[in-house]
Design a protein around this ligand. Sequence first.
Ligand code: PMV
Length: 328
Amino acid sequence: MAVSSAPGKVYLFGEHAVVYGEPAVPCAIEVRARVGVEKRADSKLRIHAEDLSLDGFTVEYGGTADGPPDVDVQESLLDAAMGYVDSAIEQVRDVTGEDQVGFDVTIESDIPLGAGLGSSAAVAVAAIDAGTRELGTTLETDELAERAYQTEYEVQGGQASRADTFCSATGGAVRVEGDDCRSLDAPDLPIVVGFDGGAGDTGKLVAGVRSLREEYEFAADTVESIGDIVRNGEQALAADDIEEIGRLMDFNHGLLSALGVSSRSLDSMVWAARNAGAHGAKLTGAGGGGCIVALDPTDETETALSYTPGCEDTFRAELAETGVERLE
Ligand code: PMV
């Protein structure tokens, strides 16, 4: 059996706008998905996943290719999770040319599903890495990221950027603009995550922004302004200017809100963090529900979030310096 892990991520800046060619800066954090892949004697695919959990959010499913899993989670999220694994395994078969090979796949993840922390990208990266290594091929990071992107692209019906998968494969902070993906030097940021226990529907949220952008010129301008925030954000990161990074995150949240992808619980968590003295706070990922990211070196934001109605969990997240890790 080969086992790999890959980290989740927060967006410091630029989600949604990245879909329309603007740059984005996600940053890998130390919450991981671990995927074990073992070759079978037959050509079946058996997927077993457990502990897709974070305090306050537990998803357990033991799915097999033969029957529906028994879980207490939105069906659409589960279908999506299974879809990512299926599609990642197709990539493994494609890379290695072993198109009839079967696998037992075991997933253990600390990243909540669909909450803006990049769970699907982490699972895809770790599954492709472990699957190819199980068959004797070790992929370069760039190819691993590309293959994981293809997985997301397929499962999300063509609505995916390279941001999540590149960030999860390489670790650290990255900059993604269209096909151009590169690592960034970033200071060690005091990242605090707040989680409302829910999830957003990425496809629907992306489609909502798309139609606003088509209907109103000012919505298209808003998307472009997010691109400007990202470019300023890169400079602030390079200058290690945490106050400016925070200010730009606040602005970025406001524009995402204007584009209709925030929610009452995300807004309350963002305001709780700001009132507690965070340098800045914004939703991360597709929105609609899920997580916010705030910057605060003190305990104040975590304490405030733990008392905020609508916040189910809050934790400090270290930057993940490494992306994919080969465990076995
Ligand atoms: O919620 P997540 O982690 O899947 O992030 C979605 C980010 C979007 O920019 C909205 C879509 C994308 O593929 O970049």
